[in-house]
Design a protein. Structure first.
Length: 267
């Protein structure tokens, strides 16, 4: 099967990664992850769970991580992960593992940081919109299952002062369910894109200049077309779950995502 090379020009340098039609392609959530994760990872051991084709793991290694343990369950993604590590000549810094969550690395020392861009889109919706090729795991029937299970398992694989980064697809699932599991397993759970102080300043500045409060930078905003809305309605036979709450703003449709950081695992 033919591969496509995609260039990611994200700090500290541009990297090229290969993808295929049967693999998951990085998207704006992937880019948001890389904005949220620290730019200096010197000497840290990182677990990249749900690594896909490896773009996050590759950039983490380029940011100075001592070791990146990249874990991916789907066969098509895993093969590309191995290829992309070799393509970027990072075999000495990144080790690819095929398996679920932490299973392949459970015997290894705890990580300093965990990046987990795991599936968080409901099964029916992700297939209807073509976001996940067949064979690539989705977020489960509700979309929360994979992320919640990750949050339950992660504490015993993370150092006491370590950080875990994870996403929520706020308008496509019950994000509060995910956040409650995060709070049950970590002492601190915060938005990783903007701090509270930054958000308050943005709201004040926005209000002073006629603001666009609907475009808050604490979220990643995704646009859906009218035909996408029709596909969703058909996929659910006109009974779209209440947890899917896509916003209509100025005649356009949007859903919001967020990146969170959880610290101080309750072990």
């Amino acid at each position: 099967m033919e591969t496509e090379v995609i260039a990611f020009d994200i700090y500290p340098k541009k990297v090229d990664v290969e993808y295929r039609n049967d693999s998951f392609r990085p998207n704006r959530v992937s880019e948001a992850f890389l904005k949220a994760i620290p730019k200096n990872l010197d000497g840290l051991v990182v677990d990249d769970i749900g690594s896909g084709g490896g773009v996050i793991a590759i950039i983490e290694a380029n940011r100075g991580a001592l070791e990146v343990r990249a874990v991916e369950p789907a066969d098509a993604n895993y093969k590309l992960l191995v290829r992309n590590i070799e393509r970027n000549v990072l075999q000495d810094r990144i080790t690819a593992y095929q398996g679920v969550f932490f299973d392949p690395i459970a015997h290894l020392p705890r990580a300093d940081l965990i990046s987990a861009d795991v599936s968080g889109i409901p099964e029916i919706l992700s297939r209807a919109l073509g976001w996940y090729p067949e064979g690539i795991p989705t977020g489960g029937p509700k979309g929360t299952e994979i992320t919640c299970e990750l949050l339950r398992r992660a504490p015993k694989f993370l150092k006491t002062d370590g950080k875990l980064y994870f996403p929520t697809a706020n308008d496509l699932l019950d994000a509060e369910e995910i956040l409650q599991v995060a709070r049950d397993n970590f002492k601190v759970v915060e938005n990783a894109l903007w701090s509270k102080d930054e958000l308050e300043k943005w709201k004040l500045d926005s209000a002073k200049s006629e603001g666009k409060l609907w475009k808050s930078p604490e979220y990643i905003w995704f646009h859906l077309r009218e035909e996408d809305m029709q596909k969703i309605d058909r996929a659910y036979n006109g009974a779209v779950p209440k947890t899917i709450n896509i916003q209509e703003i100025k005649g356009r449709y949007f859903w919001r995502g967020q990146i969170y950081v959880a610290t101080q695992p309750k072990i």
